[in-house]
Write a protein that binds this ligand. Structure first.
Ligand SMILES: [Zn+2]
Length: 151
């Protein structure tokens, strides 16, 4: 029931603001320790994962296959990884033709190439598909429509 003052009797409790110690300082972060933790995390990440050249997915090191240029199933790749009539911008996003002219118009993940070792990584699923008799691109390959780019 409303009292004359307009407040609802018995419902509102007194709310006290939390007490802060305004004189205490926020502790300084241990930058050396943070740097070390970040470095270890990145090192761990790099050692356990890589990216598939064909489907642009993160793959575990244990599930990848690593190839030199001459070891790639290049004829099959030329047959199934060159979709036609896409906007030029998409081809540019997935272009590794500067490494080899056979890669021209082929949609490949630039992160699947490792410049230091000059090797390419391909996941087991994509490799199995490329080694098979199918005339279609691997199911989750960039060439099968999993490409994207920012406008
Ligand atoms: Zn793959």
């Amino acid at each position: 029931m409303l009292e004359d003052s307009g407040s609802i009797s018995g419902i509102c409790a007194e709310i006290k603001p939390p007490e802060y110690d305004l004189d205490s300082k926020i502790p300084e972060p241990d930058l050396k320790s943070l740097e070390k933790d970040c470095f270890e995390a990145l090192k761990h990440e790099n050692n356990t994962h890589s990216i598939c050249l064909v489907c642009d997915s993160i793959i575990r090191k244990s599930e990848e296959k690593s190839f030199k240029m001459k070891e790639l199933p290049i004829k099959k790749m030329e047959q199934v990884l060159k979709p036609e009539k896409l906007p030029i911008a998409i081809y540019k996003c997935y272009d590794l033709s500067y490494l080899n002219a056979k890669f021209e118009n082929m949609l490949l993940s630039v992160k699947g190439y490792h410049s230091q070792s000059k090797t390419f990584t391909i996941c087991v699923n994509c490799y199995t598909s490329l080694k098979g008799s199918s005339k279609h691109p691997p199911k989750f390959s960039i060439a099968n429509g999993t490409w994207f780019f920012l406008i």
